[in-house]
Ligand binder design. Sequence first.
Ligand code: HEM
Length: 506
Amino acid sequence: VYHGCQGDPREPPAVSSEIPVIGHLLGMLRYGFEYFGLQTADQTDSKKHPNYPIFSLNMLFSKAYVITSPALLQAAQRNNKFLSFDPFLMTSTERIAGVHSRKVLKLLRGKQSGGDGIAGEIMHAMTPTLFGTALDRMNERMVELLPPFVDELGDAPTLDLYSWCQHAITVASTDATYGPLNPYKDKVVEDAFWDFESNLTPLLVNILPWLTARKAWESRKTMISAILKYYQNNGPDTGSELASVRYRRTRDAGIGIEDTARLETPMAIALLSNTVPATFWTLFDLYSRPQLLHDIRKEIELNALHVATDGTHIIHLADLRDKCPLLVSAFQEILRTRTTSSPMRCVMKDILLADQYLIKAGTLLNMPSEAMSRNQDVWGSTAAEFDPRRYMKPVESVEHPEDRKKDPRRVGGFMAFGVSPIICPGRHFASNEILGLAAMIALRYDISPESGVWTPPQRNSMAIVSIMGPLKEGFKVNVKRRKEFEEKRWEFQPQEGKGRFPLMIG
Ligand code: HEM
């Protein structure tokens, strides 16, 4: 528990809000975790947002420190054992998943907070299910499902590209995870999930949620009963290792089947809420740059497209990974420039960060990517620019000799998949899915915005857990089949043991 500001001169400087006392709290309710990033230095408004390496925000009953410098981010990483994610995990278990049993919450809570540490164990057990042969199996299923969606893309001349991404990714990702009895196969359950995910803020605020968060509350009920049915029909037996490991570990810990179903609701958030907007922005950022799109099409066509004797056009995923460095680099640049990742930890003990700044036990520590992703110490003088070749190794950039001097490793600045030691284990599955889809669409279709201009659409701040800028409304586009690839049969070919992408992590 934080006992108020002690006024220690070593504490980071406080930043005031326009509305006294409750301003920062209201800001968080309005903008979600993105609010912390909005407080960091901004070239257009440098007086209101002083360029401190760390500052504090008084939040009525608590205090949050916001780190904006990569050096202090690394200092925080060195003190990781005093920074905990557990309180957030428990809040999300209660408010998002809706688990209220004291006994179950104690089982799940971290050992350092007096619990049995089961939530941490389940998380730990998931990591190997998203690598190696388990990842191969999920990729195989996922890429079987995507081509029919891409085939249909050209059927209607105008469509909402965001809804299209949402439906295709939901079907392919949940089927690859849950198998033939996938509870999200039912469109009612799919729609319930997106109503739930897009309205999480009132659930988290938790004031009479059955009234104030009605949509999310009702949608969650629909999801839970579908997941329960999936368990009753032994769905995990025919699902991925990810689904069966989560089910088994939870049940083995002594948690009842209904609470196990509740605990499964946040899994769909991890699986979908970043991948969908990341797919949309990947398409948006490639199609809005005609020269880059042209270069990437050429790269894929030359290196990853194979034509079988019966004329089937096959995109090899391992070739996208190993032989299309521009595509992989541009994807990471899109993640760097679009992410609103803002890792948050609870401070468990007073820490003197970098021998200079005192951060006090019971406060929150936030590390918003807005500041880090654009920091010149990390990214050099082009930090503010979109450079699709930024991550290419020297040998890969024959056409661009100026890239030879670049060091592809950037410590402390790439935040899209989190910061060590909490790094997204689903990043390889997501990259296979997003890059496979983007590659096939790029070859087969021309896409232009219905409005005539690629103006970035508005984002939905109520979808508080997504860090990839989910949209508030859709984005209408015109789609035209490219002449050279009309009327062809298309497939993906995954390759055993080659599912991991060489991605940057923070
Ligand atoms: C482009 C897509 C994705 C992005 C940008 C992304 C991003 C992230 C980030 C930033 C974190 C760390 C959160 C924090 O520190 O507070 C995270 C954690 C996590 N992600 Fe992802 N993610 C993506 C896709 C996926 C997928 C497809 C899965 C599952 C198959 C997944 C599963 C997870 C899990 C389980 C964690 C928690 C890890 C832990 O606590 O140790 N993610 N992700």
